[in-house]
Design a binder for this molecule. Structure first.
Ligand code: UDP
Length: 567
């Protein structure tokens, strides 16, 4: 296999099986065989005579060619005793002690198995409201989030992954102002990303510079009115300070709910790309677009084959998965959601000689994602013919459209934080973050990387020198660096050279052809203003995004990625 050094490091640290003494007992190739065989076993459910070994071989090649990789829990747990294969879960949090602490317990079980959990805290009665059984007063959503946070801290996902949570609160919850500032201090609720769920009513009030109502969830009473603009400003100010909270457009997310009969969507998974119903889980996987270029053209045939086999793989995962709870198994099998996305998009653009922040790049994104979405639907329809539709299909919006599918959703753009390192390509749909950078991996040693395609380009075009590379490594960027030709400065544009507007436009193009949502960070330079943040939010709303996360460079002491090398 053609694995880069960093890929090997990550695989050894977190993916390859070890014995009781902690010694490695598999090679990367053996890991991929373990996964391929475990996932291919599902074929037996539909055809007793299925050639499982043959399909396992196809899955093996799909992964070892690095054309497609499933999400981390599948790579780590398939064919092993834990057997939990999904990255994304959403759990309900009801307004009673039993329900709250059930959710704490369930999330601990999920974290242990490598999954991330999302919760809406919007059903909890507000801080200071009455508790009838005790005569006391309620402590409210934010104080309960701290309980979930502490439980996550203790579990730490068995060393495979840090526990990740998403906490959502509706903008019309009486505790919304406390929630917006809940992560003001970076040391609080560290195992959570938080998002404010903005409603259409809110967006309308904002446009008209009017007020909107806060509603006590336990009684349905209107308890107060707030100026939408003031709340919006407060969200933007906090996001400007340290990237939290994010926002999601909850009514728009529910417009995309293909099975409204099963309930309303209230939350997403931790990184925001996967809205789910309470108790639903979803497994993700990503096509490596850097591998889909032949010469200077997109290899559509190869892409189609890859997408179709990947959909089959992800559908199989649902059958062989070991679910942490019966409720989750039932709900997941009703909708059979899968989330196929992409990684290596920025690398693909470079291979096609197209800068990320250009109209041409938007057109490529539009064509590629539309193609993937269409082919994934074709594949899901082909599976439905043999395996049947997902069981809630008859009451779904797909039935109204007359499209028989095996899966209620097929596409999601994941961050691919770890699997893109294994594939050795740019993550998700993000631009290259830096041409040289330092990466923190859990509590292990930092990894230093210099971008390979850039180095190759410099050699091929005669501008390579060690001195120049050292120069580039100082900031991670080539923009304005003498000695780097102008076309190369344009082509190797990095996340911080790209204006927030272009980041949002790219997210919106991918969202257009994605059933679920799109993971994307709107990177801003340190000098960006609160007004810039607000403009990004409004643009994202206008262009049809389902949510937005901004991050201003340097606004947190500890960043996952640092542009440039640090001593
Ligand atoms: N996730 C998690 N813990 C982590 C990283 C990710 O629980 O430390 C979950 C979370 O739901 C996230 C999803 O996995 O939204 C996908 O993340 P990513 O694509 O980065 O995962 P990968 O498969 O690359 O590890």
């Amino acid at each position: 296999m053609n694995l880069k050094e960093n890929a090997l490091k990550v695989l050894e640290a977190r993916y390859l099986a070890r014995n009781e003494k902690g010694e490695l007992i598999e090679t990367p190739e053996e890991m991929f065989w373990r996964v391929a065989r475990a996932i291919a076993l599902a074929e037996k459910n539909y055809d007793e005579k299925a050639d499982v070994e043959q399909i396992a071989k196809e899955f093996y090649t799909l992964m070892t060619e690095l054309d497609f990789l499933p999400n981390t829990p599948t790579l780590v747990n398939a064919g092993r005793p834990l057997g939990q294969l999904s990255a994304c879960f959403v759990l309900p949090v009801g307004d009673s002690m039993e329900e709250i602490f059930d959710a704490v317990k369930f999330s601990a079980l999920i974290h242990k198995s490598g999954g991330g959990t999302g919760f809406s805290f919007s059903r909890l009665r507000s801080k200071g409201s009455r508790v009838r059984s005790t005569g006391g007063v309620a402590s409210g959503p934010v104080s309960f989030m701290k309980v979930f946070n502490a439980a996550t801290e203790a579990v730490k996902q068995g060393g495979v992954r840090r526990g990740a949570n998403m906490g959502v609160l509706r903008c019309d919850h009486p505790d919304i102002l406390e929630f917006i500032t809940a992560k003001e201090d970076n040391k609080d609720i560290t195992n959570f990303n938080i998002s404010v769920a903005l409603t259409e009513k809110f967006m309308k009030a904002l446009e008209e510079d009017g007020e909107y109502e806060l509603i006590e969830p336990s009684t349905g009473e209107i308890v107060k009115k707030l100026k939408a603009r003031e709340v919006f400003d407060k969200i933007a100010q906090n996001a400007w300070r340290n990237g939290e909270p994010g926002i999601i457009f909850i009514d728009r997310i529910n417009e995309g709910n293909m099975v409204p009969d099963l309930g309303q969507i209230e939350s997403t998974n931790p990184c925001g790309e996967q809205p789910l119903l309470p108790y639903e889980s979803c497994n993700l996987g990503s096509v490596n677009l850097a591998n889909m270029v032949k010469g200077q053209e997109i290899d559509w045939e190869h892409l189609e084959k890859t997408v179709k086999l990947a959909v089959r793989f992800l559908d199989n995962v649902i059958d062989v998965n070991h679910y942490p709870l019966k409720e989750i198994e039932n709900m997941t099998k009703k909708t059979r959601k899968i989330g196929l996305g992409v990684m290596g998009f920025a690398d693909m653009l470079i291979k096609l000689n197209v800068p990320y922040d250009s109209e041409e790049a938007l057109q490529i994104a539009d064509k590629v994602m539309e193609f993937i979405n269409d082919k994934s639907k074709e594949a899901s329809a082909e599976l439905a013919k043999i395996r049947g539709t997902f069981s809630a299909w008859e009451k779904s919006l797909w039935a109204k459209r007359g499209l028989k599918l095996r899966n209620a959703t097929t596409t999601t753009i994941a961050p691919t934080g770890s699997i893109s390192i294994i594939a050795g390509v740019s993550s998700g749909i993000e631009p290259i973050f830096a041409l040289a950078f330092k990466r923190h991996i859990l509590d292990r040693k930092d990894i230093v990387e210099v971008h390979e395609i850039f180095e190759q380009h410099a050699k091929d075009n005669g501008y390579y020198s060690e001195k120049l590379m050292e120069e580039v490594a100082k900031t991670g960027r080539v923009s304005g660096v003498t000695g780097v030709p102008k076309e190369a400065q344009r082509l190797f544009v990095t996340a911080l050279d790209i204006s927030p507007e272009w980041h949002v436009r790219m997210q919106a193009v991918f969202q257009k052809h994605t059933d679920n949502a799109v993971s994307k960070t709107i990177n801003m330079p340190n000098s960006a203003t609160v007004k810039d943040v607000k403009e990004s939010y409004l643009l994202a709303y206008k262009l049809g995004c389902k949510g937005l996360t901004v991050y201003r460079d340097g606004s947190r002491e500890e960043q996952v990625l640092n542009a440039g090398l640090t001593e």
